[in-house]
Write a protein of this length. Sequence first.
Length: 273
Amino acid sequence: MTDQYAVIGNPIAHSKSPLIHAEFARQTGQDMAYTAILAPLDGFAATVKAFQSDGGKGLNVTVPFKQEAWKLATRLTGRARMAEAVNTYKFEADGAILGDNTDGAGLVRDICDNLGVALAGKRVLLMGAGGAARGVLSPLLEREPARLFIANRTAAKAGELALQFGHEGVLVGGGYGDIAGMAFDLVINATSSSLSDELPPLPPGVFASGALAYDMMYGKGLTPFLRFAQEQGAARLADGLGMLVEQAAEAFALWRGVYPETAPVIEMFRAAA
């Protein structure tokens, strides 16, 4: 019997996850099907439980449910526990819901391996303090940047994250006004602003010479953040497609016990864009 998986979110129509996992399954010879589920904003838990009851084996979780997914999980991996956000569920044979977070591993793999950017000693700006940002903080800090600044519209929320994760590296949190006059080697947009075609209130001059601007969202053309980065002289621009494929590979390996090749899948989507 074909094993059932899905991605759950709101909105969800834009998701490339079904195509990615179909390619992984074809590549590795796995008997599985993968669909997309639009969950009501007030019906995440009920939608998850229904999918599990129908025999589903696992889910990917996207905006805006990652922190709610963390609360619903009955078991957590270490990285999900630290992030307090979950983007992957594996439904265990005993009925448990194992929550994992593959976002950070996917982001770091894309930046370091695919884009060839080393993080050690770099000045990093992470925009946002929600579930997406929480999920990538530890993996970023493990690469020992010189400094990581979390900027958020609500400065106190960024400050709380900095306190929670501060033991892992040189970490500061604050508002966007606090980074005026600072320059960074890597600027990551972990907000959902690109979904609504908006730009976070970044001050000018934040991109250092040779800087990489990385938007964790993906889509056709440049996002408002990447357009701003280009206008501000960022040397390199990257959207979140590589991260999407890499985090999906981590989830796929958790579910199926085999790690797929990501480069051909990334190339396939780039060619179709």
